[in-house]
Ligand binder design. Structure first.
Ligand code: NAD
Ligand code: USQ
Length: 382
């Protein structure tokens, strides 16, 4: 199967490209390298040193004999995208290529506008490119669990059976996202659903939870294949941040009361979920939604788990309840359904002390690269 991976230089995209290439899929990457430029803008870095995309794919070819073709360009530029689509004629298009940080989208007006234009226009262009060039191509789009927010009823997979004034319907689940970034994903979902209805496009929206870890069997094959690992207050995410904080003797930065509960999954499960979606395409005209996470935790649960493992490794990690820079519920009901991917064969890598210890050991190797001033959050919602 020919698959394009847009955003294939990023944290989820690079391990996915290698994993699918190893499984025998024919892979091409599109990326405009903006994530590397944002590191410069924020005066930040990946905790792990990362090779250029050129060096990554050359090393991959050297080690496996498999070629991953690369196209450097922006999904917002339709002429570029069209040329790549005509050249590759993909059967599946995996779309990771968006600005994915909630805090980045909340820095100021410019960053909110950039996030929404980049994400919404990029996805619209992908939809038009599929319609015009490869109408049977399966769009596998990364959405986010944060599209739903934290409602006081269970979260279903994309749709809700509703009975209203004696009538019934299956309607899109109500969305209450918590940042301009998360909102951009809601706008994408609406646009994709519309394109499926209008043009018979087939699409799977993967509402992914927070991803932790950084290593897969493929990234571990050689230092040149190492994945990026974000730790700063803008791009770092909850569990990975806590592990890195414990490694450098920083207090674990739980925001507010820490009762914020989210769905989480290991990066190894991200790559497998993409394969499962590709192997089981949506029907023509179907807008299918999978909730892509394996377990739910509150941020305080995670901080306590990290604190325990760190202590066993001789590291003292205090939990600090920082004033919450975000506007969000800190104690709430949370119960989300995630059976679609499990039913299709996902066997989750669950979070254990051993998994945390493994990530911590990798982090300790690179801990001197941490720019300490970047650890505390500095973007406020209001
Ligand atoms: P990332 O920032 O590491 O990777 C995204 C990649 O897309 C980067 O390499 C970037 O250069 C590229 N990109 C961005 N805009 C582009 C454009 N217009 N044209 C071409 N390339 C572009 O992010 P990630 O953590 O790998 O996330 C990938 C996707 O998964 C995102 O859509 C994100 O919203 C979603 N997601 C991520 C997580 C997580 O915890 N990391 C959780 C849920 C969903
Ligand atoms: N949090 C802390 N301390 C920290 C960092 C975060 O308490 O140091 C809290 C946040 O306040 C929030 C929760 O942890 O309540 C999750 O925050 P996060 O930064 O780990 O994740 P989020 O901003 O939601 O975004 C990340 C990815 C995004 C993806 C999303 C999945 O950056 O691309 O869409 O996770 S989800 O959360 O399911 O929407």
């Amino acid at each position: 199967m020919r698959i394009i991976i847009a955003g294939g230089d990023g944290f989820c995209g690079w391990p996915t490209a290698m994993y699918l290439s190893k499984q025998g899929y024919d892979i091409a990457i599109i990326d405009n390298m903006v994530r590397r430029k944002i590191d410069d803008e924020l005066r930040s870095n990946s905790l792990t040193p990362i090779a250029s995309l050129e060096d990554r794919v050359a090393k991959w070819k050297e080690l496996t004999g498999k070629e991953i073709r690369t196209y450097t360009g922006d999904l917002q530029h339709f002429d570029f995208l069209k040329l790549v689509m005509e050249q590759e004629m993909p059967e599946a298009f995996v779309h990771f290529a968006e600005q994915r940080s909630a805090p980045y989208s909340m820095i100021d007006r410019e960053h909110a506008v950039y996030t929404q234009v980049n994400n919404v226009v990029g996805t619209l262009n992908v939809l038009y490119a599929i319609k015009e060039i490869v109408p049977a191509c399966h769009l596998i789009k990364l959405g986010t669990m944060g599209e739903y927010g934290t409602p006081n009823i269970p979260i279903e997979e994309g749709y809700l059976e509703i009975e209203h004034k004696g009538r019934k319907d299956r309607l899109p689940y109500p969305k209450q996202p918590g940042s301009y970034y998360h909102l951009s994903k809601v706008h994408d979902s609406h646009n994709i659903m519309f394109a499926c209805r209008m043009w018979d496009i087939r699409a799977t929206d993967l509402n992914q939870g927070v991803v932790y870890g950084l290593s897969t069997n493929e990234t571990d094959m050689d230092p040149v294949l190492t994945n990026r690992l974000d730790y700063d207050g803008v791009f770092g995410t909850a569990l990975n941040r806590f592990i890195i904080q414990s490694a450098i003797g920083h207090d674990l930065t739980v925001y507010g009361k820490g009762g914020q509960t989210r769905g989480f999954l290991h990066i190894k499960d991200t790559v497998r979920c993409i394969e499962i979606a590709a192997e089981n395409p949506a029907d023509l005209g179907e807008f299918r939604v999978f909730n892509q996470f394996t377990e739910q935790f509150s941020v305080m649960d995670l901080a306590k788990m990290v604190q325990k493992v760190a202590k066993e490794e001789g590291l003292d990690a205090e939990i600090a309840n920082l004033e919450n820079p975000r506007i969000e519920k800190e104690e709430h009901f949370y119960e989300a359904v995630n059976t679609n991917l499990l039913d299709l064969g996902l066997q989750p890598q669950l979070l254990t002390d051993e998994v945390i210890r493994n990530i911590l050991q990798t982090v300790l190797v690179h801990k001197d690269r941490v720019i300490k001033e970047n650890v505390l959050p500095n973007v406020k919602w209001k």
